[in-house]
Design a protein around this ligand. Structure first.
Ligand code: ZN
Length: 359
């Protein structure tokens, strides 16, 4: 039987609608399975594995779409627009995270670009740069890029820069050394806590557990400003067992673990100063880097760095240190230890040491 014209039109319309509906469903299934993230920083490193120790194989630029295929230890396995795949630190691409330290090469794209003291148009102009000037981006924050130009350091509006090292074939991005703290997971352990007060001052009023926690909070803040992913073994006055502490570091796949302590000697006021401890020989470099700045920054005597068989280090499979940052039962050491100024100096030193370590 011959279809009427009306019937034929109806059938065509039905098929067309069906196709549209199926396409929409397919899209939803696809989008539901794969999360797509848009790069919001000038550039981020794409690595061959889920961790900062893996080689940089390429970089993704601002505006690039990355399809998230899987997640492992806070790293995303992503597919890039050219269909290659790699790993990116999840905190670099997650929404609301405007921080990224990148160490990428870039060029100024506008004549008369101002290099400023800070990331604001109100801040002092340090230099005026020409179109084509090469710079190294060390940090990006709120649309501003912190850059190194020769020996100068300052801030440039990120829209005035073009990234030049997209392929990551230069030494600045292919070695672990040139990458930064921004991609690293740092586990900080404020020693003792809860029922375990640690060492105490000679007047019995100050406890190690409180000094370690307030110090770690300052270190955390400084590291987060640089874009690092910071994990604390405790953030309040609670007790965490030594084996759990090492486990937190192992589970977080820490790029560095640092345990903070203040010492005690058998008799009051008989010992003074700071010591840096490592367990694995492989962590000697980390110990040297951090201790160098403790020696330079702190008013207390530096007793150097050495091997020690502490459980939080021995059971740690990650690069790990334990710092003894002065003697609780030395009145002169405690006069420093209890001050925010001293704790800030510790934080500055630790951050500087880690910066060197990740270079
Ligand atoms: Zn201790």
């Amino acid at each position: 039987m011959k279809q009427s014209r009306k019937q034929k039109n109806f059938m065509q319309l039905l098929i067309l609608n069906l196709i549209i509906i199926l396409t929409i469903i397919a899209c939803f299934i696809y989008l539901g399975r794969y999360k797509v993230v848009v790069v919001d920083n000038i550039a981020i490193n794409i690595r061959s594995g889920p961790g900062v120790s893996y080689d940089v194989q390429t970089q993704a630029k601002k505006g690039d779409h990355l399809t998230v295929l899987s997640k492992k230890n806070q790293w995303y396995n992503v597919r890039l627009s050219d269909n290659s795949t790699g790993w990116v630190a999840s905190w670099l691409v997650e929404q609301g995270n405007a921080n990224s330290s990148t160490n990428v090469d870039a060029t100024v794209n506008t004549n008369g670009t101002k290099l400023r003291e800070s990331g604001s148009t109100d801040s002092q102009v340090l230099a005026t740069l020409k179109n084509g000037q090469k710079v190294t981006v060390t940090l990006e924050q709120n649309g501003w890029a912190q850059v190194e130009v020769g020996k100068k350091e300052g801030w440039i509006n990120a829209s005035l820069l073009d990234v030049t090292s997209k392929t990551g074939t230069n030494t600045a991005t292919t070695t672990k050394g040139a990458t930064s703290i921004a991609e690293a997971t740092i586990v900080l352990d404020p020693g003792h806590g809860g029922a375990d007060p640690g060492a105490e001052s000679t007047d019995g009023k100050l406890f190690e557990k409180n000094m370690t926690l307030s110090t770690v909070k300052i270190v955390k803040e400084k590291l987060e400003k640089l874009g690092a992913n910071v994990v604390l073994t405790r953030s309040s006055d609670t007790f965490v067992s030594l084996s759990n502490i090492a486990e937190i570091s192992n589970n977080a796949k820490a790029d560095a673990f640092i345990s903070f302590h203040f010492d005690s000697s058998e008799n009051a006021n008989e010992a003074s100063g700071t010591t840096t401890y490592y367990y694995n020989d492989a962590n000697k470099n980390l110990a040297a880097d951090v201790n160098k700045y403790l020696a330079a920054n702190l008013p207390l005597q530096n007793r150097g760095y050495e091997f020690a068989d502490y459980q939080v280090l021995r059971e740690n499979k990650r690069p790990a240190l334990l710092l003894e940052l002065g003697y609780m039962n030395n009145d002169s050491d405690v006069a420093s230890i209890k001050t925010k100024a001293y704790q800030k100096k510790i934080a500055t030193a630790v951050v500087a040491g880690l910066k060197d370590y990740f270079k």
